[in-house]
Write a protein that binds this ligand. Structure first.
Ligand SMILES: Cc1cc2nc3c(=O)[nH]c(=O)nc-3n(C[C@H](O)[C@H](O)[C@H](O)COP(=O)(O)OP(=O)(O)OC[C@H]3O[C@@H](n4cnc5c(N)ncnc54)[C@H](O)[C@@H]3O)c2cc1C
Length: 410
């Protein structure tokens, strides 16, 4: 029995993939009820390939927007570059923009349908674990009654318990703090008239003065309105908060940074001011670990490699981890060896993504133009930077994160 700690994107995908390969698992989740939390995320073609193999594309397509392109602008609304995405970019696999909670619900429903209700045990917060030569013991606290504990035995235990992972802390008790990037972001969703293709993701501005990302995560209603996911981010002098995805944010703390971004096809400040709610999130990660696995226990997703939430890779890398680990656990090798082989494959790859998100993120194009223009409007983008160079920068990130077209054709 594989004990999976955490019913987030990684844990649920792992249970589905293990089931498809004939391996028994059970998920233990801390919260009493799994609610539709978070805002928008993108499922890139590398992760979509795996979700398609799991038979989930139809449900995802019905409840999301198939992303056509990413358009980059400076803060004056001047167009820099268009990057066609998913099938619109010649990939075999699509890219979808979706509410995180909706994706989680789709995965959860699939787990319950395929594995049964008993496969997801809520209200169980892992507080400790012990290992012997033959098994692993997980110790849970029951949320409603903190005095009672439950002990469960399994063959292996996989920590899919997110950026504040208890499993990671148990394996690496020392010196593993959150690392603040110096960037804070404010995020939210607004029902707003669709813009550009109605399936376009935009990046505008740069971090010195304020950068905005916006994309629709629901199809248009009869009035042409869509649920738009937006985020606004910039360099801040100090970190506030500890990476709590649910921390409320305030308009006054950031709206000035995008006040002039009223483009003729989208009035960004007006859209943000009509948000249903605002979250504030410091862009944090942790330094990559030298080891994920200890005997019968390993880490997956944000627990293994928390990364800055840029480049749409948090969920994507968790999905790729889950598929790789499930394949290893279903193979003929011993459990411990399966975990080691998984770590051997996935740790170097995800370490590269953690570093890329710190140094050469997917929107490095915007920094390049910001630096070369001195944050001034340009006459022709070709005078500033050639298309070949823009493509090179965009493709560099895709290759590191494993979603360049060539890698996905194999
Ligand atoms: C509430 C929430 C909102 C989020 N919102 C966004 C967002 O808007 N945009 C974005 O890009 N990313 C968001 N994320 C992060 C994003 O989901 C992850 O980066 C990515 O999907 C990787 O998934 P994961 O499965 O590794 O971790 P997560 O999706 O974070 O899932 C971890 C799960 O483990 C559970 N857990 C934690 N500790 C324990 C424990 N001790 N015992 C048992 N269970 C435990 C958590 O409750 C959670 O369900 C959010 C995460 C959470 C938990």
């Amino acid at each position: 029995m594989v004990l999976i700690i955490g019913a987030g994107i990684g844990g649920l995908t792992l249970a589905l993939k293990l089931h498809s390969l004939g391996v028994a698992s059970r998920i233990y989740e801390a919260v009493p009820k799994i609610k539709s939390l978070g805002v928008g995320i993108n499922i890139l073609p590398h992760a979509m390939r795996e979700l398609c193999h799991l038979g989930l594309e139809q449900d995802i397509a019905l409840n999301s927007v198939e992303t056509q392109e990413v358009q980059f602008f400076n803060r004056f609304g001047q167009h820099i570059f268009t990057d066609n995405r998913g099938r619109f970019g010649g990939y075999e696999w699509p890219q979808y923009s979706i509410h995180r909670g909706v994706l989680q619900s789709i995965l959860l429903e699939a787990v319950i349908q395929r594995l049964g209700h008993e496969a997801v045990v809520t209200n169980h917060r892992l507080i400790d674990l012990k290992q012997t030569e033959t098994e692993v013991q997980a110790i849970f606290e029951i949320a409603a009654d903190k005095t009672s504990q439950v002990k469960v035995l399994g063959d292996v235990l996989i920590g899919c318990d997110g950026i504040h992972s208890t499993v990671r802390r148990k394996l690496n008790p020392k010196n593993d703090p959150l690392v603040y990037s110096g960037i804070t972001m404010w995020r939210g969703v607004t029902k707003w008239p669709g813009f550009l293709t109605g399936a376009t993701m935009i990046y505008a501005g740069w971090l010195q003065t304020g950068k905005v990302i916006a994309y629709p995560i629901e199809k248009a209603d009869v009035d042409g309105n869509q649920l738009i996911n937006w985020l606004c981010e910039f360099y801040c002098s100090s970190q506030k908060g500890e990476g709590d995805w649910g921390k409320p944010g305030e308009l006054k703390d950031f709206i000035w940074s995008c006040d002039e971004m009223n483009f003729n096809w989208l009035d960004i400040p007006a859209m943000i001011k009509r948000a249903e709610f605002i979250f504030e999130y410091p862009m944090v990660d942790r330094n990559p670990l030298a080891k994920w696995t200890k005997e019968r226990v390993t880490l997956l997703g944000d627990a293994a490699h928390p990364m800055y939430p840029r480049g749409s890779n948090g969920a994507g890398q968790a999905i790729l981890d889950a598929v790789d680990l499930a394949k290893r656990l279903s193979s003929k090798v011993m459990h411990q060896e399966a975990l080691e082989l998984y770590e051997h494959e996935r740790r170097p790859r995800t370490t590269e993504v953690v570093h890329a998100n710190r140094t050469v993120p997917p929107d490095a194009i915007l920094k390049e133009v910001y630096d070369r223009t001195g944050d001034k409007p340009f006459d022709e983008i070709e005078d500033i930077i050639k298309r070949d160079e823009l493509e090179l920068i965009a493709n560099n990130y895709k290759t590191i994160a494993g979603f360049d077209r060539t890698s996905l054709e194999t």
